[in-house]
Design a protein around this ligand. Structure first.
Ligand code: TYM
Length: 325
């Protein structure tokens, strides 16, 4: 199976990114052909600081490698290193109905947050479609918030195939039920734009501080509580074994516990969970030339594949290419 996914370098990765997406990237390396990239062109729709964008792009590579993306098994690259994707983007843009993009929730949400509506933001899902279709990806591991974008990709690919003949593979999303929408400190979806995140590489003391800020209700300690739908319990479950989760669920139902104790247990588990990745990250940080080489090698492989698909799409649509080019 050919697998592809992208992640924006718009700050340090948080638990939602890890459990919703990155953990899947790592699992899918086994037995699949996998492509993972840092979506720096998408990040341009929100990051307008040159130094930050450059730094976050490299940070994202370090984070992914430290968390277990293995360059011997995965093609890891930066989006902007594959210009074929931007060429494909135009071929797709030319046949994408406005209405399809007007319905996209992420565009509507960002507008509601007051992010100015540049055309890049509006056309964002078409660039994402180009990302996916350029590698003939069949499976796209993501969190639930990206589901609509994968559906849009299918719609665009289907339309192109209908107009010009079978050209693109129709991908499907792979979403982990238990981490489809990881909650943040306030119970809403964990997201940088809501300011409710805990970062994967936060220091243990910071993790603890943030965990203590998780919003809980003010019911009396002795009152029995339902673990289902409780976001503190949901976060705890991400790090706990099945047994520990059951034990915690039983504690909730019995009542007589303090939320602050659950928060402390969560902070401890989370810090331990990411400890080895934190160490690996430090080692990688000391060898940036190696990291840059991994990205360059990944880009070369990705370009070859994207070039093949771009050529196929151009031929299908009758887009001219001079001989020998
Ligand atoms: P991005 O950078 O916002 O998020 C990266 C991945 O993390 C997942 N995620 C979550 N999953 C569960 N719970 C959460 N609270 C949570 N927050 C984030 C996202 O679903 C995503 O899988 N448009 C994409 C980047 C992209 C892309 C692509 C993805 C560009 N091209 C092609 C797949 C294929 C984005 O903004 O993800």
């Amino acid at each position: 199976m050919r697998v592809l996914s992208g992640i924006q370098p718009s700050g340090r990765f948080h638990w939602g990114n890890y459990f919703g997406a990155i953990r899947q990237y790592i699992e899918l390396q086994e037995g699949n052909e996998v492509y993972y990239f840092i979506a720096n062109l998408h990040a341009l729709t929100s990051t307008r600081d040159k130094e930050l964008l450059e730094q976050y792009t490299l940070d994202a590579a370090l984070d992914l490698l430290a968390l277990g993306v293995d360059p011997d098994r995965a093609v890891l690259f930066v989006q902007s290193d594959v210009p074929q994707v931007c060429q494909l983007f135009w071929l797709l843009l030319a046949i994408t109905p406005m209405g399809l993009l007007e319905r996209c929730v992420s565009y509507k949400e960002k507008r509601a947050q007051g992010i100015p509506a540049d055309t890049g933001l509006f056309a964002y899902p078409v660039l994402q479609a180009a990302d996916i279709l350029a590698y003939d990806a069949e499976l796209v591991p993501v969190g639930e918030d990206q589901k609509q974008h994968i559906e849009v990709t299918r719609d665009i690919a289907g339309r192109f195939n209908h107009l010009f003949g079978e050209t693109f593979v129709l991908p499907r999303a792979k979403i982990l039920q238990e981490a489809a929408r990881v909650p943040g400190l306030d119970g809403q979806k964990m997201s940088k734009s809501y300011g409710n995140t805990i970062e994967v590489f936060d220091e243990p003391s910071v993790i603890r501080k943030k965990c203590m800020r998780i919003v809980t209700d003010s019911r009396p300690i002795e009152e029995p509580k339902e673990p289902e739908g409780d976001h503190l319990f949901q976060l705890y479950s991400l790090f706990a074994t099945a047994e520990e989760r059951e034990e915690m669920a039983a504690t909730y139902r019995r009542g007589g516990f303090k939320y602050s104790d659950v928060k402390k247990a969560l902070a401890e588990k989370a810090a331990a969970f990411f400890e080895s990745a934190r160490q690996r990250r430090q080692e990688l940080e000391a060898d940036l030339p190696r990291v840059r080489q991994i990205l360059a090698d990944g880009a070369a492989t990705a370009r070859r594949k994207a070039e093949e698909v771009l050529r196929r799409a151009q031929e299908a649509a009758g887009v001219y290419r001079s001989k020998g080019l």
